[in-house]
Design a binder for this molecule. Structure first.
Ligand SMILES: [Zn+2]
Length: 82
């Protein structure tokens, strides 16, 4: 958990109401994260709490030069100019 950030109400917005799947959603004054559904009149909040570091990170990608060298080696080219 090295880079948790404070929740930002302007970061993203819901596209559908979680109860009725209505698409007419408008910001509500209940709090900075609240949305009002015009179809079912419910008010709900969507809040991003942060992001944790992944349990397993992918290996760093090789550079283009390293990838070319590895490809040539796999295909049987022994002498490669750099
Ligand atoms: Zn709704």
């Amino acid at each position: 958990m090295s880079f948790r950030r404070a929740p930002n109400p302007n970061r993203n917005h819901p596209l559908h109401c979680p109860w009725c799947a209505g698409e007419e959603l408008f910001p509500d004054e209940a709090d900075d994260f609240a949305w009002r559904c015009r179809d079912c009149t419910r008010i709900f909040s969507v809040r991003y709490h942060g992001q944790d570091d992944p349990e397993h990170r992918p290996a760093p990608a090789p550079s283009t030069s390293e990838a070319i060298q590895a490809s040539l080696h796999r295909h049987g080219h022994q002498e490669v100019t750099r």
